[in-house]
Design a protein around this ligand. Structure first.
Ligand code: PLP
Length: 482
Protein backbone atom coordinates (compact mmCIF):
# COMPACT_ATOMS: atom_id res chain seq x y z
CA UNK A 1 0.00 0.00 0.00
CA UNK A 2 1.29 3.52 -0.76
CA UNK A 3 3.46 5.05 1.97
CA UNK A 4 1.85 8.21 3.34
CA UNK A 5 4.04 11.33 3.50
CA UNK A 6 3.88 13.72 6.49
CA UNK A 7 3.56 16.80 4.27
CA UNK A 8 0.72 16.11 1.81
CA UNK A 9 2.37 18.26 -0.85
CA UNK A 10 5.38 15.90 -0.79
CA UNK A 11 3.26 12.87 -1.62
CA UNK A 12 4.74 10.91 -4.52
CA UNK A 13 4.92 7.19 -5.32
CA UNK A 14 7.77 5.73 -3.27
CA UNK A 15 10.00 3.07 -4.81
CA UNK A 16 10.32 -0.10 -2.71
CA UNK A 17 13.59 -1.01 -4.38
CA UNK A 18 17.00 0.57 -4.86
CA UNK A 19 19.02 0.92 -8.05
CA UNK A 20 22.36 -0.88 -8.10
CA UNK A 21 23.27 -1.04 -11.78
CA UNK A 22 22.98 2.01 -14.01
CA UNK A 23 23.27 2.70 -17.71
CA UNK A 24 24.50 6.01 -19.14
CA UNK A 25 21.97 7.93 -21.21
CA UNK A 26 22.41 10.43 -24.05
CA UNK A 27 20.38 13.54 -24.60
CA UNK A 28 21.46 14.90 -27.95
CA UNK A 29 20.79 18.51 -29.06
CA UNK A 30 17.42 19.28 -30.62
CA UNK A 31 18.93 19.79 -34.12
CA UNK A 32 20.35 16.26 -33.97
CA UNK A 33 17.03 14.94 -32.73
CA UNK A 34 15.41 16.46 -35.80
CA UNK A 35 17.95 14.73 -38.04
CA UNK A 36 17.51 11.42 -36.20
CA UNK A 37 13.71 11.32 -36.46
CA UNK A 38 13.77 12.28 -40.14
CA UNK A 39 16.41 9.61 -40.84
CA UNK A 40 14.13 7.15 -39.03
CA UNK A 41 11.28 7.92 -41.42
CA UNK A 42 9.35 9.47 -38.53
CA UNK A 43 8.97 5.98 -37.12
CA UNK A 44 10.16 5.77 -33.51
CA UNK A 45 10.90 2.05 -33.99
CA UNK A 46 13.65 3.04 -36.42
CA UNK A 47 15.46 5.40 -34.05
CA UNK A 48 18.79 4.30 -32.59
CA UNK A 49 18.99 3.85 -28.83
CA UNK A 50 22.09 6.09 -28.67
CA UNK A 51 19.89 8.99 -29.81
CA UNK A 52 17.23 8.46 -27.15
CA UNK A 53 17.05 9.93 -23.67
CA UNK A 54 13.86 8.30 -22.32
CA UNK A 55 12.91 5.12 -24.11
CA UNK A 56 9.19 4.80 -23.49
CA UNK A 57 8.41 2.76 -26.59
CA UNK A 58 7.48 -0.33 -24.58
CA UNK A 59 7.75 -2.16 -21.31
CA UNK A 60 8.47 -5.36 -23.22
CA UNK A 61 11.74 -7.02 -22.25
CA UNK A 62 13.18 -3.75 -20.92
CA UNK A 63 12.12 -3.81 -17.29
CA UNK A 64 14.70 -3.49 -14.53
CA UNK A 65 15.80 -6.90 -13.27
CA UNK A 66 15.81 -7.75 -9.61
CA UNK A 67 18.89 -9.06 -7.79
CA UNK A 68 17.17 -12.43 -7.47
CA UNK A 69 16.55 -12.59 -11.21
CA UNK A 70 20.17 -11.79 -11.96
CA UNK A 71 21.24 -14.46 -9.45
CA UNK A 72 18.87 -17.04 -10.94
CA UNK A 73 20.44 -16.50 -14.37
CA UNK A 74 23.76 -17.77 -13.02
CA UNK A 75 22.39 -21.22 -12.27
CA UNK A 76 20.74 -21.82 -15.65
CA UNK A 77 20.98 -25.42 -16.79
CA UNK A 78 21.78 -25.34 -20.47
CA UNK A 79 20.66 -28.50 -22.21
CA UNK A 80 18.54 -29.13 -25.27
CA UNK A 81 16.18 -31.49 -23.47
CA UNK A 82 15.24 -32.14 -19.86
CA UNK A 83 16.84 -29.03 -18.41
CA UNK A 84 16.47 -28.29 -14.69
CA UNK A 85 15.81 -24.69 -15.68
CA UNK A 86 12.59 -25.77 -17.36
CA UNK A 87 11.57 -27.72 -14.26
CA UNK A 88 12.10 -24.59 -12.18
CA UNK A 89 10.03 -22.54 -14.65
CA UNK A 90 7.21 -25.06 -14.44
CA UNK A 91 7.39 -24.94 -10.65
CA UNK A 92 7.12 -21.13 -10.76
CA UNK A 93 4.07 -21.35 -13.07
CA UNK A 94 2.55 -23.87 -10.66
CA UNK A 95 3.12 -21.53 -7.71
CA UNK A 96 1.71 -18.48 -9.47
CA UNK A 97 -1.16 -20.01 -11.44
CA UNK A 98 -1.60 -23.40 -9.77
CA UNK A 99 -1.37 -25.32 -13.06
CA UNK A 100 1.10 -27.90 -14.32
CA UNK A 101 0.52 -27.99 -18.08
CA UNK A 102 3.00 -25.55 -19.54
CA UNK A 103 4.40 -25.01 -23.03
CA UNK A 104 7.26 -22.63 -23.88
CA UNK A 105 7.41 -20.18 -26.80
CA UNK A 106 10.06 -17.65 -27.71
CA UNK A 107 7.76 -14.70 -26.97
CA UNK A 108 4.09 -13.74 -26.71
CA UNK A 109 3.39 -13.56 -30.44
CA UNK A 110 4.88 -17.03 -30.89
CA UNK A 111 2.31 -18.30 -28.40
CA UNK A 112 -0.32 -16.48 -30.48
CA UNK A 113 0.92 -18.18 -33.62
CA UNK A 114 0.54 -21.61 -31.99
CA UNK A 115 -2.90 -20.73 -30.69
CA UNK A 116 -4.03 -19.48 -34.09
CA UNK A 117 -2.58 -22.50 -35.93
CA UNK A 118 -4.42 -24.81 -33.55
CA UNK A 119 -7.84 -23.19 -33.51
CA UNK A 120 -8.33 -20.79 -36.43
CA UNK A 121 -9.62 -22.09 -39.76
CA UNK A 122 -10.68 -19.94 -42.75
CA UNK A 123 -14.06 -18.34 -42.16
CA UNK A 124 -13.89 -18.62 -38.37
CA UNK A 125 -14.19 -15.70 -35.99
CA UNK A 126 -12.33 -14.89 -32.80
CA UNK A 127 -14.04 -12.65 -30.27
CA UNK A 128 -12.07 -10.36 -28.01
CA UNK A 129 -12.49 -7.26 -25.90
CA UNK A 130 -9.85 -5.64 -28.11
CA UNK A 131 -7.31 -6.89 -30.59
CA UNK A 132 -3.57 -6.71 -30.23
CA UNK A 133 -1.52 -6.11 -33.36
CA UNK A 134 0.32 -9.44 -33.51
CA UNK A 135 -2.70 -11.44 -32.33
CA UNK A 136 -4.79 -10.07 -35.16
CA UNK A 137 -2.07 -10.54 -37.76
CA UNK A 138 -1.80 -14.28 -36.95
CA UNK A 139 -5.56 -14.76 -37.06
CA UNK A 140 -6.18 -12.91 -40.31
CA UNK A 141 -3.16 -14.62 -41.91
CA UNK A 142 -5.03 -17.91 -41.44
CA UNK A 143 -8.29 -16.60 -42.90
CA UNK A 144 -9.94 -15.85 -39.56
CA UNK A 145 -11.60 -12.65 -38.47
CA UNK A 146 -11.33 -10.62 -35.28
CA UNK A 147 -14.46 -9.14 -33.72
CA UNK A 148 -14.02 -6.65 -30.90
CA UNK A 149 -16.60 -6.55 -28.14
CA UNK A 150 -15.19 -4.11 -25.63
CA UNK A 151 -17.88 -2.24 -23.74
CA UNK A 152 -18.38 1.16 -25.32
CA UNK A 153 -17.05 2.90 -22.19
CA UNK A 154 -13.62 1.56 -23.20
CA UNK A 155 -13.48 3.82 -26.23
CA UNK A 156 -14.39 7.02 -24.42
CA UNK A 157 -11.03 8.71 -23.80
CA UNK A 158 -11.85 10.24 -20.42
CA UNK A 159 -14.23 8.67 -17.92
CA UNK A 160 -13.89 7.61 -14.31
CA UNK A 161 -14.78 4.02 -15.05
CA UNK A 162 -12.31 1.71 -13.26
CA UNK A 163 -12.51 -1.18 -15.77
CA UNK A 164 -12.67 0.15 -19.31
CA UNK A 165 -11.32 -3.09 -20.78
CA UNK A 166 -14.47 -5.03 -19.86
CA UNK A 167 -16.33 -7.09 -22.45
CA UNK A 168 -19.88 -6.19 -23.35
CA UNK A 169 -21.40 -9.45 -22.12
CA UNK A 170 -24.70 -9.14 -23.99
CA UNK A 171 -22.86 -8.60 -27.24
CA UNK A 172 -20.64 -11.57 -26.47
CA UNK A 173 -23.66 -13.89 -26.04
CA UNK A 174 -25.36 -12.49 -29.15
CA UNK A 175 -22.26 -12.74 -31.31
CA UNK A 176 -21.60 -16.37 -30.34
CA UNK A 177 -25.25 -17.20 -31.16
CA UNK A 178 -25.14 -15.27 -34.41
CA UNK A 179 -22.00 -17.04 -35.72
CA UNK A 180 -22.78 -20.33 -33.87
CA UNK A 181 -20.25 -21.77 -31.40
CA UNK A 182 -18.71 -24.00 -34.09
CA UNK A 183 -17.54 -20.96 -36.03
CA UNK A 184 -15.99 -19.27 -33.00
CA UNK A 185 -12.34 -20.34 -32.84
CA UNK A 186 -11.99 -18.88 -29.34
CA UNK A 187 -12.90 -15.98 -27.12
CA UNK A 188 -9.86 -14.03 -25.97
CA UNK A 189 -9.72 -11.67 -23.01
CA UNK A 190 -6.82 -9.25 -23.09
CA UNK A 191 -6.13 -8.09 -19.54
CA UNK A 192 -5.30 -5.25 -19.62
CA UNK A 193 -5.76 -3.83 -23.02
CA UNK A 194 -2.71 -2.76 -24.95
CA UNK A 195 -4.20 -0.60 -27.71
CA UNK A 196 -6.85 1.28 -25.75
CA UNK A 197 -4.86 2.78 -22.96
CA UNK A 198 -3.79 -0.18 -20.83
CA UNK A 199 -7.29 -0.26 -19.38
CA UNK A 200 -7.98 -3.22 -17.09
CA UNK A 201 -10.71 -5.86 -17.04
CA UNK A 202 -12.53 -6.61 -13.78
CA UNK A 203 -12.43 -10.05 -12.20
CA UNK A 204 -16.21 -10.08 -12.30
CA UNK A 205 -16.22 -9.48 -16.05
CA UNK A 206 -13.54 -12.08 -16.75
CA UNK A 207 -15.40 -14.73 -14.76
CA UNK A 208 -18.63 -13.86 -16.55
CA UNK A 209 -16.87 -14.28 -19.92
CA UNK A 210 -15.63 -17.74 -18.93
CA UNK A 211 -19.13 -18.69 -17.73
CA UNK A 212 -20.59 -17.68 -21.10
CA UNK A 213 -17.89 -19.64 -22.95
CA UNK A 214 -18.52 -22.75 -20.86
CA UNK A 215 -22.29 -22.51 -21.35
CA UNK A 216 -21.93 -22.10 -25.09
CA UNK A 217 -19.10 -24.59 -25.55
CA UNK A 218 -16.52 -22.10 -26.82
CA UNK A 219 -12.82 -22.08 -25.89
CA UNK A 220 -11.86 -19.27 -23.50
CA UNK A 221 -8.38 -17.76 -23.69
CA UNK A 222 -6.73 -15.20 -21.42
CA UNK A 223 -3.89 -13.10 -22.79
CA UNK A 224 -2.12 -12.52 -19.48
CA UNK A 225 0.80 -10.48 -20.86
CA UNK A 226 -0.36 -7.40 -18.96
CA UNK A 227 -1.98 -9.28 -16.10
CA UNK A 228 0.25 -8.02 -13.33
CA UNK A 229 -0.96 -4.44 -13.79
CA UNK A 230 -4.49 -5.80 -14.12
CA UNK A 231 -4.17 -7.67 -10.81
CA UNK A 232 -2.99 -4.43 -9.18
CA UNK A 233 -6.14 -2.69 -10.49
CA UNK A 234 -8.37 -5.54 -9.30
CA UNK A 235 -6.85 -5.25 -5.83
CA UNK A 236 -7.14 -1.47 -5.70
CA UNK A 237 -10.37 -0.85 -7.65
CA UNK A 238 -12.59 -3.90 -7.22
CA UNK A 239 -14.24 -4.44 -3.85
CA UNK A 240 -14.32 -8.26 -4.04
CA UNK A 241 -10.55 -8.40 -4.67
CA UNK A 242 -9.39 -6.04 -1.94
CA UNK A 243 -8.80 -8.81 0.60
CA UNK A 244 -7.89 -11.53 -1.87
CA UNK A 245 -4.28 -12.57 -1.99
CA UNK A 246 -2.73 -11.86 -5.40
CA UNK A 247 -2.07 -15.59 -5.75
CA UNK A 248 -5.75 -16.35 -5.16
CA UNK A 249 -6.61 -14.14 -8.13
CA UNK A 250 -4.08 -15.77 -10.48
CA UNK A 251 -5.23 -19.25 -9.37
CA UNK A 252 -8.90 -18.43 -9.79
CA UNK A 253 -8.32 -17.18 -13.33
CA UNK A 254 -6.29 -20.26 -14.26
CA UNK A 255 -9.05 -22.51 -12.96
CA UNK A 256 -11.65 -20.76 -15.10
CA UNK A 257 -9.97 -20.04 -18.45
CA UNK A 258 -9.31 -22.99 -20.75
CA UNK A 259 -5.98 -21.53 -21.89
CA UNK A 260 -3.74 -18.73 -20.64
CA UNK A 261 -0.80 -17.41 -22.61
CA UNK A 262 1.55 -14.55 -21.97
CA UNK A 263 4.64 -12.72 -23.06
CA UNK A 264 7.33 -13.20 -20.40
CA UNK A 265 8.86 -9.98 -21.67
CA UNK A 266 6.04 -8.39 -19.67
CA UNK A 267 4.65 -10.87 -17.15
CA UNK A 268 7.91 -12.27 -15.84
CA UNK A 269 10.14 -9.20 -16.37
CA UNK A 270 12.34 -11.20 -18.72
CA UNK A 271 12.06 -12.68 -22.24
CA UNK A 272 10.04 -15.51 -23.70
CA UNK A 273 6.48 -16.75 -23.66
CA UNK A 274 4.31 -19.40 -22.03
CA UNK A 275 1.06 -21.22 -22.79
CA UNK A 276 -0.57 -22.86 -19.80
CA UNK A 277 -3.75 -24.73 -18.97
CA UNK A 278 -5.32 -26.54 -16.06
CA UNK A 279 -6.52 -29.20 -18.51
CA UNK A 280 -3.80 -31.18 -20.37
CA UNK A 281 -6.10 -31.69 -23.36
CA UNK A 282 -5.50 -28.11 -24.52
CA UNK A 283 -1.74 -28.13 -24.16
CA UNK A 284 -1.61 -31.51 -25.91
CA UNK A 285 -3.49 -30.04 -28.87
CA UNK A 286 -0.87 -27.30 -29.20
CA UNK A 287 2.22 -29.27 -28.21
CA UNK A 288 3.26 -30.43 -31.69
CA UNK A 289 3.68 -26.85 -32.87
CA UNK A 290 6.29 -26.09 -30.19
CA UNK A 291 9.14 -28.21 -31.63
CA UNK A 292 8.02 -27.19 -35.13
CA UNK A 293 8.13 -23.41 -34.66
CA UNK A 294 9.94 -22.78 -31.39
CA UNK A 295 12.31 -25.48 -30.17
CA UNK A 296 12.16 -28.51 -27.93
CA UNK A 297 9.47 -28.66 -25.25
CA UNK A 298 11.88 -27.77 -22.45
CA UNK A 299 13.08 -24.46 -23.89
CA UNK A 300 10.79 -23.46 -26.79
CA UNK A 301 13.18 -20.96 -28.37
CA UNK A 302 13.95 -19.26 -25.07
CA UNK A 303 17.48 -18.89 -23.83
CA UNK A 304 17.89 -20.73 -20.51
CA UNK A 305 19.07 -17.67 -18.60
CA UNK A 306 15.94 -15.84 -19.71
CA UNK A 307 13.81 -18.77 -18.54
CA UNK A 308 15.42 -18.59 -15.09
CA UNK A 309 14.84 -14.82 -14.96
CA UNK A 310 11.24 -15.30 -16.08
CA UNK A 311 10.63 -17.95 -13.41
CA UNK A 312 11.85 -15.58 -10.70
CA UNK A 313 10.03 -12.65 -12.33
CA UNK A 314 6.80 -14.61 -12.29
CA UNK A 315 7.16 -15.18 -8.56
CA UNK A 316 7.73 -11.43 -8.17
CA UNK A 317 4.46 -10.72 -9.95
CA UNK A 318 2.73 -11.99 -6.82
CA UNK A 319 4.33 -9.19 -4.79
CA UNK A 320 2.13 -6.08 -4.51
CA UNK A 321 5.16 -3.90 -3.71
CA UNK A 322 6.72 -4.86 -7.01
CA UNK A 323 3.59 -4.81 -9.14
CA UNK A 324 2.36 -1.46 -7.85
CA UNK A 325 5.45 0.46 -9.03
CA UNK A 326 4.39 0.61 -12.69
CA UNK A 327 0.76 1.66 -12.20
CA UNK A 328 1.72 4.20 -9.51
CA UNK A 329 4.34 5.87 -11.70
CA UNK A 330 1.90 5.86 -14.61
CA UNK A 331 -0.81 7.41 -12.43
CA UNK A 332 1.69 10.07 -11.36
CA UNK A 333 2.56 10.94 -14.96
CA UNK A 334 -1.09 10.95 -16.02
CA UNK A 335 -1.97 13.29 -13.15
CA UNK A 336 0.88 15.69 -13.99
CA UNK A 337 -0.22 15.79 -17.63
CA UNK A 338 -3.87 16.14 -16.73
CA UNK A 339 -3.08 19.00 -14.35
CA UNK A 340 -1.27 20.69 -17.26
CA UNK A 341 -4.40 20.28 -19.38
CA UNK A 342 -2.80 17.76 -21.77
CA UNK A 343 -5.46 15.34 -23.09
CA UNK A 344 -4.63 11.88 -21.73
CA UNK A 345 -6.58 8.67 -21.40
CA UNK A 346 -8.28 8.53 -18.02
CA UNK A 347 -8.36 6.90 -15.63
CA UNK A 348 -4.67 6.01 -15.71
CA UNK A 349 -4.26 2.38 -16.76
CA UNK A 350 -1.34 -0.02 -16.91
CA UNK A 351 1.55 -0.19 -19.36
CA UNK A 352 2.01 3.56 -19.78
CA UNK A 353 0.44 6.98 -20.13
CA UNK A 354 -1.52 7.50 -23.33
CA UNK A 355 -1.75 10.90 -25.03
CA UNK A 356 -5.05 11.44 -26.82
CA UNK A 357 -3.75 12.80 -30.12
CA UNK A 358 -7.17 13.44 -31.67
CA UNK A 359 -7.53 16.19 -29.11
CA UNK A 360 -3.92 17.37 -29.20
CA UNK A 361 -3.97 17.93 -32.97
CA UNK A 362 -7.72 17.97 -33.75
CA UNK A 363 -7.21 19.41 -37.22
CA UNK A 364 -4.99 16.61 -38.45
CA UNK A 365 -7.11 14.00 -40.26
CA UNK A 366 -6.58 10.26 -39.65
CA UNK A 367 -4.87 9.96 -43.02
CA UNK A 368 -2.12 12.33 -41.88
CA UNK A 369 -1.52 10.07 -38.91
CA UNK A 370 -1.92 12.36 -35.89
CA UNK A 371 -0.60 9.86 -33.31
CA UNK A 372 2.59 9.26 -35.29
CA UNK A 373 3.02 13.01 -35.82
CA UNK A 374 2.74 13.64 -32.07
CA UNK A 375 5.31 10.88 -31.51
CA UNK A 376 7.78 12.59 -33.84
CA UNK A 377 7.10 15.96 -32.21
CA UNK A 378 7.68 14.57 -28.73
CA UNK A 379 10.96 13.02 -29.76
CA UNK A 380 12.07 16.38 -31.12
CA UNK A 381 10.87 18.11 -27.96
CA UNK A 382 12.65 15.89 -25.48
CA UNK A 383 14.48 12.90 -26.92
CA UNK A 384 11.56 10.83 -25.59
CA UNK A 385 10.55 7.81 -27.64
CA UNK A 386 6.92 6.70 -27.44
CA UNK A 387 4.93 4.34 -29.65
CA UNK A 388 2.16 5.12 -32.11
CA UNK A 389 -1.04 3.36 -31.09
CA UNK A 390 -3.44 4.75 -33.65
CA UNK A 391 -4.15 4.37 -37.36
CA UNK A 392 -0.55 3.48 -38.27
CA UNK A 393 -0.83 0.50 -35.88
CA UNK A 394 -3.96 -0.75 -37.68
CA UNK A 395 -3.86 -2.95 -40.78
CA UNK A 396 -5.57 -1.89 -43.99
CA UNK A 397 -8.86 -3.62 -44.86
CA UNK A 398 -8.56 -6.54 -47.32
CA UNK A 399 -9.63 -4.16 -50.15
CA UNK A 400 -6.75 -1.81 -49.31
CA UNK A 401 -8.76 0.99 -47.73
CA UNK A 402 -7.35 2.55 -44.62
CA UNK A 403 -8.87 1.39 -41.34
CA UNK A 404 -8.95 4.40 -39.05
CA UNK A 405 -8.21 3.65 -35.41
CA UNK A 406 -10.93 4.10 -32.79
CA UNK A 407 -8.42 6.03 -30.69
CA UNK A 408 -5.40 7.95 -31.95
CA UNK A 409 -2.95 7.43 -29.09
CA UNK A 410 0.70 8.08 -28.48
CA UNK A 411 1.75 5.66 -25.79
CA UNK A 412 4.45 6.50 -23.28
CA UNK A 413 5.25 3.13 -21.76
CA UNK A 414 6.69 2.95 -18.28
CA UNK A 415 9.25 0.15 -18.08
CA UNK A 416 9.18 -1.10 -14.51
CA UNK A 417 11.94 -0.14 -12.06
CA UNK A 418 13.80 1.78 -14.80
CA UNK A 419 13.06 5.52 -14.59
CA UNK A 420 13.38 7.82 -11.60
CA UNK A 421 10.67 10.28 -10.68
CA UNK A 422 12.79 13.22 -11.90
CA UNK A 423 12.86 11.63 -15.35
CA UNK A 424 9.10 11.17 -15.23
CA UNK A 425 8.79 14.86 -14.34
CA UNK A 426 11.05 15.78 -17.26
CA UNK A 427 8.78 13.75 -19.53
CA UNK A 428 5.69 15.59 -18.27
CA UNK A 429 7.46 18.92 -18.75
CA UNK A 430 8.46 18.23 -22.36
CA UNK A 431 4.98 16.89 -23.20
CA UNK A 432 3.53 20.12 -21.81
CA UNK A 433 5.87 22.18 -23.99
CA UNK A 434 4.93 20.14 -27.03
CA UNK A 435 1.25 20.57 -26.18
CA UNK A 436 1.64 24.33 -25.81
CA UNK A 437 3.18 24.38 -29.29
CA UNK A 438 0.72 21.94 -30.83
CA UNK A 439 -0.39 24.36 -33.53
CA UNK A 440 3.04 23.85 -35.11
CA UNK A 441 2.57 20.08 -35.47
CA UNK A 442 1.73 18.94 -39.00
CA UNK A 443 0.96 15.63 -40.65
CA UNK A 444 2.87 12.70 -42.14
CA UNK A 445 2.55 10.70 -45.32
CA UNK A 446 3.77 7.22 -46.24
CA UNK A 447 6.99 6.79 -48.13
CA UNK A 448 7.39 3.05 -47.57
CA UNK A 449 4.38 1.10 -46.32
CA UNK A 450 4.87 -2.59 -45.53
CA UNK A 451 1.79 -4.81 -45.95
CA UNK A 452 2.04 -6.55 -42.57
CA UNK A 453 2.62 -4.83 -39.21
CA UNK A 454 3.56 -1.64 -41.01
CA UNK A 455 4.05 0.32 -37.78
CA UNK A 456 7.22 -1.66 -37.04
CA UNK A 457 9.26 -0.69 -40.09
CA UNK A 458 7.24 1.60 -42.35
CA UNK A 459 8.72 5.00 -43.20
CA UNK A 460 6.90 8.34 -43.37
CA UNK A 461 7.74 11.87 -44.38
CA UNK A 462 6.62 15.08 -42.71
CA UNK A 463 4.24 17.23 -44.76
CA UNK A 464 5.77 20.72 -45.04
CA UNK A 465 8.38 22.22 -42.69
CA UNK A 466 6.66 21.88 -39.36
CA UNK A 467 9.49 19.95 -37.74
CA UNK A 468 12.08 22.67 -38.51
CA UNK A 469 9.63 25.23 -37.10
CA UNK A 470 9.31 23.19 -33.92
CA UNK A 471 13.10 23.10 -33.53
CA UNK A 472 13.29 26.89 -34.01
CA UNK A 473 10.63 27.37 -31.32
CA UNK A 474 12.52 25.02 -28.99
CA UNK A 475 15.66 27.17 -29.35
CA UNK A 476 13.62 30.31 -28.74
CA UNK A 477 12.15 28.90 -25.54
CA UNK A 478 15.04 26.86 -24.13
CA UNK A 479 18.11 28.77 -25.35
CA UNK A 480 21.10 26.44 -25.51
CA UNK A 481 19.60 23.77 -23.26
CA UNK A 482 19.60 20.19 -24.48
C1 PLP B 1 -1.42 -7.84 -24.70
C2 PLP B 1 -0.25 -8.37 -25.46
N1 PLP B 1 -0.33 -9.57 -26.03
C3 PLP B 1 0.70 -10.09 -26.73
C4 PLP B 1 1.87 -9.40 -26.89
C5 PLP B 1 2.98 -9.99 -27.72
O1 PLP B 1 4.07 -10.33 -26.91
P1 PLP B 1 5.58 -10.31 -27.48
O2 PLP B 1 5.98 -8.90 -27.67
O3 PLP B 1 6.38 -11.02 -26.43
O4 PLP B 1 5.57 -11.06 -28.75
C6 PLP B 1 2.00 -8.15 -26.31
C7 PLP B 1 3.23 -7.39 -26.49
O5 PLP B 1 3.31 -6.21 -26.33
C8 PLP B 1 0.91 -7.62 -25.57
O6 PLP B 1 0.96 -6.42 -24.99
Amino acid sequence: MPVKFYQPENQVPLEMHKVRIVQKLNLIPVEERLRAIQAAGNNTFLLQNRDIYMDMITDSGVNGMSDLQAAAMQVADDSYAGSETWNRAKAAVKTVFGVSNVLPAHQGRAAENILAETFVKPGMVTLMNFHFTTTKAHITRLGGEVIELVDKKGLIPQTDDPFKGDFNLDQLRQTIDEYTPEKVAFVRVEAGTNLIGGQPVSLENMLAVTDICHQKGVVSVLDASLLQDNVYFMKTREAQCKYMDTKEIYHLLASRFDIIYFSARKLGFSRGGFIISSDPKWTQMMMEYVPLYEGFLTYGGMEVRSIEAAAQGLLESLDMEYISQGPEFIAYLVKELDDYGVPVIKPAGGLGAHLNCSEIVPNLPHNQYPAAAVGAALYIAGGIRGMERGTVSEQREPDGTERYAELELQRLAMPRRVFTLSQVKYCADRVKWMYDNRELIGGLRWVEEPKVLRFFFGRMKEIGHWQEDLVAKFREDFGDSL
